[in-house]
Design a protein around this ligand. Sequence first.
Ligand SMILES: Cc1cc2nc3c(=O)[nH]c(=O)nc-3n(C[C@H](O)[C@H](O)[C@H](O)COP(=O)(O)OP(=O)(O)OC[C@H]3O[C@@H](n4cnc5c(N)ncnc54)[C@H](O)[C@@H]3O)c2cc1C
Length: 380
Amino acid sequence: MTRYVAERLSGAKIAIIGGGAIGAALAYRLAQAGASVTLVERAYPGSGTTGRSFAWINGFRKFPREYHQLNARGIREHTSLRDELGGDWLHTDGGLFWITDDDADAVAALHQSVRQMRDWGYRVDRVAPDVVVHELEPDLTIGAEQVSEIYVCPNEGWIETVRMAQALIRAAMERYGARVVRSSVASLPRSGAGVGGVGLADGTEIAADVVVNASGPEAASVAALAGVALPVRRQPGVLFVTEPAPVSLRHVVRSPGCNLRPDGGGRVMIQREAFDTRLTDPPDRLVAEALASEALDHASRLAKGLAGIRVEAVRVGVRPMPRDGHPIVGFEPRVPGLYEILTHSGITLCAVLARLVTEELCGGSVPELEPYRPERFVVG
Ligand SMILES: Cc1cc2nc3c(=O)[nH]c(=O)nc-3n(C[C@H](O)[C@H](O)[C@H](O)COP(=O)(O)OP(=O)(O)OC[C@H]3O[C@@H](n4cnc5c(N)ncnc54)[C@H](O)[C@@H]3O)c2cc1C
């Protein structure tokens, strides 16, 4: 890496492709560290997967240990970012998780995970269902005959992702002189053996010492412009947002039938992960929309106030999913100058990855990133 960027980042030209959570957080941290940052976004900040995300920030049941710790630190880094940027896009009212008692194997696995999380220093509290419905979430209905324990992760929460991405990019520009270009990257011009910048759809080129591929689910097509076959698959998902509803939800709720969280203005976001397998890539909106009433049906069993409420929006997104499910972060081993950064759980991880990648590009040693290098997929 230090072949391309001096000990300090000052003056280094860095082009970032993509203004989602990852590209926006990285633009902010790199520009803050003194790099000359140009972010190229084909639409607007957060317009990709970032704006179509359940956006739960969490470390619960994430394995192995170093990946769990990365996610747990990810939550803390969001607090630092919020303190630096200001704004009210971060919500850390906690997360609730439960399964039903009838599945003994799943209950045993859950107990094992909870022990593991606590051993690793992650706070997970066990509470009875009546405590949840009387004290924490009075608008939830939890069948106490099927559920005897609920786990609360008090440090978790969710993010208003588009507002976060916009705040990051605005701060990168106004405080640290980053530049944003609204265009599509259509080529990666060569410089010597590597990549020397980005070529835009209108034919203009922007020279760069480092080009960062932060294009989310488009990462494989962007990497292909440099002849790289990135081992990432596109995994569609669907979310449903209600109209303002008489449900005063604060926590992110993960339950066997569906997941719920607040979505601002009294709206509730509903996720039923089982639906995701019914989607094709590219996702067919009509298929997704046809699932709305079933989603609402499941959600209103959990929150009675949702009965009779309409689904106002159906959000369809595509997860960038590396082949082994873990982030890909680092320079392409065979294409000098091209840096990959893509991940699922990118909302949880964007702030910590931005911090670590910036430390690396400043010449620091960053052992936390070692498990996620692109080299792990290179055979021979
Ligand atoms: C249904 C669903 C639920 C999810 N739930 C969670 C969750 O609870 N918690 C969590 O942490 N994560 C969750 N995720 C994953 C998370 O949303 C993603 O990991 C994250 O948004 C990826 O951010 P990104 O910046 O890499 O990609 P994106 O947000 O897609 O940003 C990439 C940007 O690049 C731009 N772009 C692409 N190609 C080009 C080009 N050639 N030229 C210029 N610009 C380009 C796009 O316009 C886009 O804005 C979920 C995802 C989905 C779909």
